[in-house]
Structure formats: structure tokens, C-alpha cells
Design a protein around this ligand. Sequence first.
Ligand code: SAH
Ligand code: SF4
Length: 358
Amino acid sequence: MNGTRTIKDMSRGELAQWLQERGEPSYRLDQLEGWLYRQDLGSFLDMTNLPRAFREILSREFCLFSLEEVAREEARDGTTKFLFSALDGERVESVLIPDRDRLTLCVSTQVGCRMGCRFCLTGCTGFKRDLTRGEILDQVLLVRAAVRKQGRELTNVVFMGMGEPLDNYDESLAAFRILVSDKGLGFSHRKVTLSTVGLVPQMGRLADENLDLTLALSLNATDEETRSFLMPINRRYPLAQVMAALRGYPLPPRKRFTLEYVVLKGVNHSSLDARRLARLVKGLRVKVNLIPFNPFPGAEFERPSEREVLEFQAHLRQRGLSAFIRQSRGLEISAACGLLRWKKGPDSWALIDRSGRF
Ligand code: SAH
Ligand code: SF4
């Protein structure tokens, strides 16, 4: 019988103390972490270089995984959505995106999202709870084990699934640190990207941590009014402050910020938007990813035509910006940007009332 504490939710310090209290030698911590993050384990009993009695204590005291895979769906383009169940029954989704020599995993950081962006199904279905560091890491560990069985390796991780990672700052950052640590999963900093809606205080905090974390900002509009309409959080942290926070963020040499921009038909892709966008980012090293809106039942926006998106891209390029069109992958299995949700089945989609928020 497995214990109920999930071992990956303990910090390194807590784990070290737990080992010390049991009189274990100090090298045990490294051994244990090597097993937890670098091997694909099924059970504590598989940790073969640890004494059997100790492995049994671990199994009695702790849960090895905080998530369990319950479903997997693969789209025609190879994009695969993983559905996990947490110990309390909450559902967590991750999306695996193969792209040439890259294999990117998009992880969730919350069940639902508090930010309520109008164009995002996750935002429209409300907030349930934060994920723990162990739950964020388990998405990577379980998918990594699955792809390794096929002889492949994950190359990139993006915090762009359900939830706003900076609204769950401590757990997202703890997971990030383990992802990029040599003692953890060993990803290069360049291969892990965190996307934020623009929470100004947390962006400042992140800047002070000197993490070399690749940061993406969901811009989505070029004026305060439109952005506040689309993203209620803009009323608390207006665009001007968000851009100032971005300018204050230490960008490593030769790196660029990614600005994500959901293109909503007739809303945010005029030539005036292109001009304002260029002005907003003047002097900043950025690339703009244009994401044509992915519609969902009950959505109040439409997907722009290909021509409209190309035109907007051309306007941006004329102003010297590098702008790319990102076709969301896995549309038919609802794995595309903004379509992850925590409720089961289309019948239970409940759109929240946004009045009075922020
Ligand atoms: N909360 C974070 C990260 C997750 S959302 C953030 O907002 O940045 C990941 C991206 O999907 C965001 O850039 C968001 O703007 C985009 N997105 C949300 N809903 C979308 C939709 N319906 N169609 C296309 N992109 C969408
Ligand atoms: Fe949350 Fe990002 Fe969706 Fe906005 S776009 S509701 S911040 S997940």
C-alpha cells in the first residue's frame, strides 16, 4: 500500500531532513533524486541500488506519482493529448507536439484558470485549483516515459497548457528549477518556456531571480481598451505596465521575447494594430507569434481568414518585426491553444459569468 504524501511535492530541503531523521547517509538524497527524475520508474521498489528495507519505507510513506494517465488521443498531425487524473480526481491535460526534430510538451499549471480571458475556453470554464510542483513534473515524467518507449526523447517543455503559471508562482518555479537542474530532468534553459498573461508583480519577481528562463507574453491586443475587454486582468495590470515589466526583465544575449497574439476576426489585426504593436515593442528584441483564434461552442469571436492573418503579418513585417503564423496543432482533438478544459464532455461546458471580475 502506497503512502499518501507525494514525494515530488517535497522540497529538496524537506527530503534531506526526512532522510536525516531516518539516519540515512547524505548521498541518499542524490541517489533518490536520480531515480525520481532521471529514470522512468514504475515503483519505489525499482530503485535497485537502494536497500530493500529503505525502498519499502519509501513505498509505505509516499506516493510515487501524483498523476495517473487516464486517456490519450492522437490527432492526424501527430499531436497527442494526454489526460491525467490527480489524486483528488481532478483532470489535468498536457499536449505533445511533434515538429520536425522537436518534440515539445505543453504542460498545465492549474486546473482551469482565474484570468477569464474571453477567447480562451480554459478561462471561460473557471478555476478549480493550483497544481503542485509534483503534478507539473509528473506531466513531463509520464509523457517522457511514454515517448521513450517509442525510442524518442522530449526536447522542449512549454508552460502553456491550462492555467496561468505566474498565478501559481511557487509551484511553477519549483517545477521549472527541477526541469533545468542537472540533478533533475536536465533540460537546457533555452528549451523551457513559460507563457504569462502579464502579471506585473510576478514578472518583477521573476526578473530578480536571474533564472535564464525563456519568457513569452500573451499580448493579444495593442491598446488598453481592447486588451481589457479581451483579458480582464489588463484592468489590474494595464498594457503599459506589462510592457514596462518586460523591459525590466533580463533577457539573455541573443535571445528574444516571444509575444503571443491570438488573431480574432475583426478585433485586433488592423494596420493600426500593427503600427501600435511596433511602437509598443520599439527597442525590444521580440518575435511575434500570430495564433489564429481556435473557436469553441459559445465563443463570441470568429477565426480570421488566412488572408487576414497573412495581411496582418505583412503589416508587422513592413514595420521590421519578425512575425510568424502559428497554426495550432491537434484542433480536432481539442488539443489546440485555448481549448483545454477541466470539465468532461461538451455537455458540461459551463461558461462563467465575468461580470464584476477584476
Ligand atoms: N496562461 C498563459 C499560458 C497558457 S495559454 C497565457 O495566457 O499566456 C497559451 C496561449 O494560448 C496564450 O497565448 C493564449 O493567448 C492562447 N489562446 C488562448 N485561447 C486561445 C484560442 N481560443 N485560440 C488561439 N489561441 C488561444
Ligand atoms: Fe488563463 Fe492563459 Fe487562458 Fe487567459 S489565455 S484564461 S491566462 S490560460
